[in-house]
Design a binder for this molecule. Sequence first.
Ligand SMILES: Nc1nc2c(ncn2[C@@H]2O[C@H](COP(=O)(O)OP(=O)(O)OP(=O)(O)O)[C@@H](O)[C@H]2O)c(=O)[nH]1
Length: 948
Amino acid sequence: MSKVKVYELAKELGKDSKDVVKFLEGKNIEVKNHMSTISEDEAAMVKKALGGSKASASGDEAKAAPKKKNIVHVFRPQNTRDGSRNGRRQAGRPAGGAKAPQNAKPMQVQNGRPAPGSKPAVKSVAKPAVKPVAEKPAEAVKPAEVKPEVNAETVQSKKPESTPVQPQSVANQTEKVQEKNTSVEKPVKNREEQNRNSQSQEGRRERSQGGYNRDRQGRNDRNNDRGDRNGRPQGDRRDNNRGRNDRNNDRNDRPQGDRRDNNRGRNDRNDRQGGFNNRDRQGRNGNDRFQNNDHRKKNNNPAIPAPALEGQKPQQRKNKGKEDFKKKDYRKDDEDRMPKGRKQKNDQKQQMQKPQQKEQKVEETIKSIVIPEVLTIKELADKMKIVPSVIVKKLFMQGKIVTVNQEIDYDTAEEIALEFDVLCEKEEVVDVIEELLKEEEEDEKKMKKRPPVVCVMGHVDHGKTSLLDAIRHTNVIDREAGGITQHIGASVVTVNGEKITFLDTPGHEAFTAMRMRGANSTDIAILVVAADDGVMPQTVEAINHAKAAGIEIVVAINKIDKPSANIDRVKQELSEYELIPEDWGGSTIFVPVSAKTGEGIQDLMEMLLLTAEVSELKANPNRRARGLVIEAQLDKGKGPVATVLVQKGTLRIGDAIAAGSAYGKVRAMMDDKGRRVKEAGPSTPVEILGLNDVPNAGEVFVGCKNDKDARSFAETFISQNKAKLLEDTKGKLSLDDLFTQIKEGNLKELNIVVKADVQGSVEAIKQSLLKLSNEEVVVKIIHGGVGAINESDVSLASASNAIIIGFNVRPDATAKETAEREGVDVRLYRVIYNAIEDVQAAMKGMLDPVFEEKVLGHAEVRQTFKASGVGTIAGSYVLDGIFERDCQARIVRDGIVIYDGKLASLRRFKDDVKEVRAGYECGFVFENYNDVKEGDQVEAFKMVEIPR
Ligand SMILES: Nc1nc2c(ncn2[C@@H]2O[C@H](COP(=O)(O)OP(=O)(O)OP(=O)(O)O)[C@@H](O)[C@H]2O)c(=O)[nH]1
């Protein structure tokens, strides 16, 4: 059986091989390409089927219709309008399958094309789109026919406004073209040229459409007009256009062929320009880039179907600005036609890639830095690797004046950094101490009941000390200077066989810091509110502290013995702070008490135990001890002494412990009654000996495995603190910053050195003084410590222009001398409140004391005698100055003031004397004080009025 090749069959049928292949594939006949062979039977089937379409002329509309559809696809979308128009025309005709092909035929005739009888009419319409113009002379006519349309349109479009010509209906255009064609007397061989020329025109128009240069087009138009005025034939006009367009390329004397080539090249170029849509490039090309077009003529594919371009034109105009579609097409054309195009494509690629690279670069340049919470502009600049002045300048431009050493917070730094395309991340500060003190959850089973730790809080003078006193049955209040509680103490009270540990938290605002620690270390807070006074500012403060610490509050309404007592008023006032009494439907326990009469104290105790029971307070006693340092001081004989509250585990003699920067082995332990104990379990306060240094009040103490561990803990703490100190002092060293502040005149620093007899007082004074800072003056505690004011304190104060505040301490002889010499202001107090008041007044510029203490002289106690009815007589030697009979005196032992009062009697031998001068011996008796010892220093002073 002989085989038939697909392409031969296609040829025979006048079909495209592709169509045949497609048809065969549709019939499930395996063909690879046009070279594939099929059997005769299959060929016959194809002939029957596809031949049928050929036979559409004979009425097989069913086959012709899809074919027509295909043709429409071959044309550019714009041409569909044509098609649709045809369709409309068809629609206008009576529907009849046999008439469909006839519709095509008249069109062909209209187009002046010889209708090849063998070809389906519709197909012939499609042909020019695929076949080279020059291939068939007969078909070449067709573009020529369409082309003049372009010219005609060009002429039409050459209106002075040079606005884009709106696409006209193809029918109209075709009519015009036909009219014009009749007037064109050019030989047919020039049609091709015309065609190209028209393409050139078209390209030019495209360029101008691309927004290149209206003016240029206007000139062109004028030129054409001139051509018209000259009455030149249209053909000339066309030439004129062409010549005008190519004025940079050709002289008129050049052979026409050259000119044509140039035109073609130009056309090409214009096409490409359309693709690039590059105004600059267009502009340049328009002037001089066509001179070297010759090499492109080979590449100028004459097969570009004019209708395609033609069809595109109106589209382009219509969619001025929407050139993406067009661009793609032109680019594609270029690629197909021109090797140069490849280069340009590459250029294009580069152009397109460039921004990408740029983007990458930008991404790379986005830096990320890690910055702390607070840093200086200089540090920020260093991190960003830029010069600090750049930041300063930038901020200056924004109206912010900063210096390189100015400290800024994280948010500000982040804002600045973002302006330089730098991302910020907050430095995570790992608190080594916190890590060191971290504890794991304990096993519930090992936990045992422990006594509650209770603190007493409330407004000043509402009776906290009195209440505690009443509870402990001791008379603590008598021993306090100025009647204000000043040291945190602790005591254990047994009620109904159960223990309650009381922390004696101070009531004055000065002790806020201590109270905070008290709140943190306690389970229950007794809020003392005087029934006659009600809720006061510190009552509210105490409530807030207790709430923040999450501890239970038991309200003790004190002083109910007073006639002015109003319990309900207190209840009512407290209910405003969410402390609603149980009898009012709330959950807070209110106990009316009287510290004076002892009324209600037992009730209060029972309520405390009840609250503790509800709270289910537990701790594991069988582990290494851990707790809080309540108080610490340096004892001359015992060394550092610390009062600690064991919170977990059991502390035993011989245990290695570390508390902040101090460490050591527990040498001895005393309970709250001063009895020596060997061990202390949870919730037990004890005084311990054996530490190498005085720890800070509020510090956590931990029991360690051995001495070495305790030591390394303390060392870590010291190194951490050093780093913190450095961090703190960094700002002070900044001269620029200081200068700015001075210049601004609204920020001054008040540097203070605090010395006190116990650590707790140092902390309390520090906290109170720091609170005095306001917008104008910043209080800075540059140093604080326990013990007498020494020379180093004075020199530090002198160097930093600070004042020294001594609480219950005196300066030693050298310190005093240095202070006088250096002009350092040393202020000594026995009541914290006075110290704070003074500083506050000084800050307001109102501190001009009316009275000032004037030291008269010093003496040393050499021997003491007891005399009945008189008390202890201190046999002393006057070291310097003078002692007067009615003067005031203070006794200083180991740098600490132990008495401050009146000199009751001054005698030499058995006689009362008016005064005793330096170098003489004498006897002192102090008012209400007999505890004087050998070696004590006595300072005589009197208050003298200082004129304002
Ligand atoms: N009538 C009467 N007076 C009381 C009662 N409790 C305390 N006082 C008096 O109130 C004054 C202040 O008492 P303190 O115990 O010092 O008050 P505080 O709250 O500890 O004061 P600071 O330590 O300064 O914070 C003292 O004069 C007490 O005698 C009471 O129940 N009834």
